[in-house]
Design a protein around this ligand. Sequence first.
Ligand code: URA
Length: 252
Amino acid sequence: MERIQKRIASCGIASRRKAEELIKEGRVKVNGVVVETLGYKLNPNDEVTVDDVVVSKVQKQYYVLNKPRGVISSAQDEFGRKTVLDCCSKEILKDRIYPVGRLDYDTKGVILLTNDGDFMNRMVGPQSGIQKEYLVRIKGVISQEELLKLEKGVIINGHMTLPAIAEIDSIDRKNNSCLVRITITEGINHQVKEMFATIGHEVKKLTRVRFGNIRIDDLHEGEVRRLTPHEVKVLFELSKASKVLKKERRNY
Ligand code: URA
């Protein structure tokens, strides 16, 4: 038997947490009767409605976008700025997809899009240890000691970051800058910029080059492509795999 919030999330109406709110607000009915019990178990033929609209299974869709800078990674923007959904065709938007996690307005690179609430929770929830790899253009040339600090963990807003992998990609001595490749497994707000701030380096440009097994290489900026069933399967597997980052296991 399926739990009610799972059914709502799997229909693309809302994330599981949002589904719980809808239930608590009394907006969910099963066979015409309001159900306010979280975890209520459904029979396969039960009809579920939200605000009296039947929720029916939609085909789950998964995409990757190479987000350009200057695009907001939410579904709407109160200031009318371009959003990640503005990068998608009408055909794609028919399935009510939304972004998986966030990238800053001035960050570019891999962002996934889906209408699968369960997938979304697994990719960005606190338990998800999915690797995110970034190329970071910073002010100044980073030292080995500083790289080690980033790898071991630094304190941002009272939280010690989990182990990371950090290495120099290239050094531009003329412009007193360097490019650092860093892989992290958490998704704290502005995490990469905050991590570099703790060691005194300002981030000038940030690009997410990988999310789990998904790389940006084959996409132009602003381009979207559908993930293959195999890629989606691997993402689910990665979300269940060990969260411990090991330097020698960088095999993507
Ligand atoms: N870390 C940041 O600081 N910004 C992003 O957009 C992603 C990770």
